[in-house]
Design a protein around this ligand. Sequence first.
Ligand SMILES: [Zn+2]
Length: 129
Amino acid sequence: MEIAPQQEWVQNLAQELRNERAKLAARATQSNVTALASNEPWDEGDQAKIYEDREARWINQRVLDHRIQMIDQSLQQIALGAYGICKQCRKPIDPARLAAMRYALSCVTCQAKNERRSRAVNRAGAYRN
Ligand SMILES: [Zn+2]
């Protein structure tokens, strides 16, 4: 496999990703602290609102976790000198795609295949419920 050179922009990107990761991690911790602090008595009228808040926080947490995971994977690819190489087919990812989505780990072709597969899995899950 061809090793991508560690160009300056890759190093800059790694630094940016690390900064972003630190910010996201701080926000994730903060939202956990808020969740604990809001464990106060509430009347029934607030119930729906509280469930909504909890759900929003849970979704937010999942989004944060997912983004941190994407950043970690990108950093790992950078460390391996494989950033910008599709993890599945090992072909270079279109630079325009990377510019638009810097966490992209697969090329457009493989990504489309993954999405088709995960939609099929979701459909199968929906039928089971
Ligand atoms: Zn690919």
